[in-house]
Ligand binder design. Structure first.
Ligand SMILES: Nc1ncnc2c1ncn2[C@@H]1O[C@H](COP(=O)(O)OP(=O)(O)OP(=O)(O)O)[C@@H](O)[C@H]1O
Length: 280
């Protein structure tokens, strides 16, 4: 099949079989407030179901504490749901053993909020990018070195950055390294959890554009999580609005902004007046 015919038969973003489906997931924690022996439970995620489809950016938005990060951790396998299930291409994801988790970790990767804490301060960028390739024994040593160079170029950093420690880079450059690391194993889905919140306002748009460009170039799906509905609107094809552990609204970015039904969604939008009503 030629590249053109393949592109013609490939489903458009958001169409086709979901890559990952989350079904009726609940996560409860022992409350942090009641002390070590507290019997109080926090229902962080309360019956959440959604799908991530090929080539789309799915935005998850809601106020702090609504369960966004917990949902992301379930999606990436960092957290097991208390009940409910995650499916990969229709098959239940089993993550009982380290090998299961390693296999699923190649499919879904994650970019965290703060690259200063997400990157190992004592590792050179070269070693940070090489680490997942070594762990998964990808190619020969020469191929791994070539991949590391390719990754650093993909995120717009010079080759000289390979010999830097995180502390020698700016916040934006560090987040580029974290993105490169997330792409190292050619994942199908990148989960970006508040990826610009810890950055200077001046570099936020650059990082958002980089993520969107890479998603399009590599044919990835992205789950973009933020408390900021303007940022979510900027990058997302489809948006889930979360409140108190539940999804209260779901739809295209246009639908959410033009015909939101849920009062909570309207409240979130009212807190973003400059984008909604630029003339005000
Ligand atoms: N490990 C934990 N132990 C106890 N409670 C937790 C734990 N992790 C999260 N929670 C609680 O679960 C709820 C949801 O937290 P979560 O971090 O998923 O929300 P969030 O929307 O991502 O918020 P933020 O943007 O502030 O991280 C909150 O009430 C939080 O305090």
């Amino acid at each position: 099949m030629t590249a053109t015919t393949e592109a013609a038969t490939r489903p458009a973003p958001g169409e086709g079989v979901p890559i990952v489906a989350v079904r009726d997931v609940h996560v409860t924690y022992r409350s942090r407030l009641g002390g070590l022996f507290s019997a109080q439970r926090v229902h962080a995620v309360n019956g959440v179901s959604f799908e991530v489809r090929r080539g789309e950016t799915l935005g998850i938005v809601g106020e702090s504490g609504c369960g966004k990060s917990t949902t992301a951790r379930v999606l990436t396998g960092l957290e097991e749901p208390t009940s409910g299930q995650v499916f990969f291409r229709g098959e239940p994801v089993v993550r009982r053993t380290a090998a299961d988790r390693k296999r699923f970790g190649r499919v879904v990767s994650v970019v965290f909020q703060d690259p200063a804490t997400a990157l190992n301060a004592r590792m050179l960028v070269r070693d940070t990018l090489r680490d997942p390739l070594d762990v998964h024994r990808v190619g020969s040593p020469a191929q791994r070195e070539a991949r590391v160079r390719e990754l650093v170029a993909m995120v717009g950093l010079p080759a000289s950055a390979l010999d830097a420690l995180p502390s020698q880079l700016s916040g934006g450059q560090r987040q580029r390294v974290a993105i490169a690391r997330a792409l190292a194993l050619e994942p199908e889905i990148v989960v970006a959890d508040e990826p610009t919140s810890a950055l200077d306002v001046s570099v936020r748009a650059q990082i958002l554009n980089l993520l969107s460009d890479l998603k399009n170039e590599l044919g990835l799906s992205m789950v973009f999580i933020s408390h900021d509905i303007q940022t979510v609107r900027y990058v997302s094809d489809r948006i889930l609005v979360m409140n108190a552990g539940r999804i209260v609204e779901e739809g295209s970015a246009e639908h959410i902004f033009e015909q939101a039904d849920d009062p909570y969604t309207r409240t979130l939008m009212a807190a973003a007046p400059s984008l909604l009503h630029p003339s005000r």
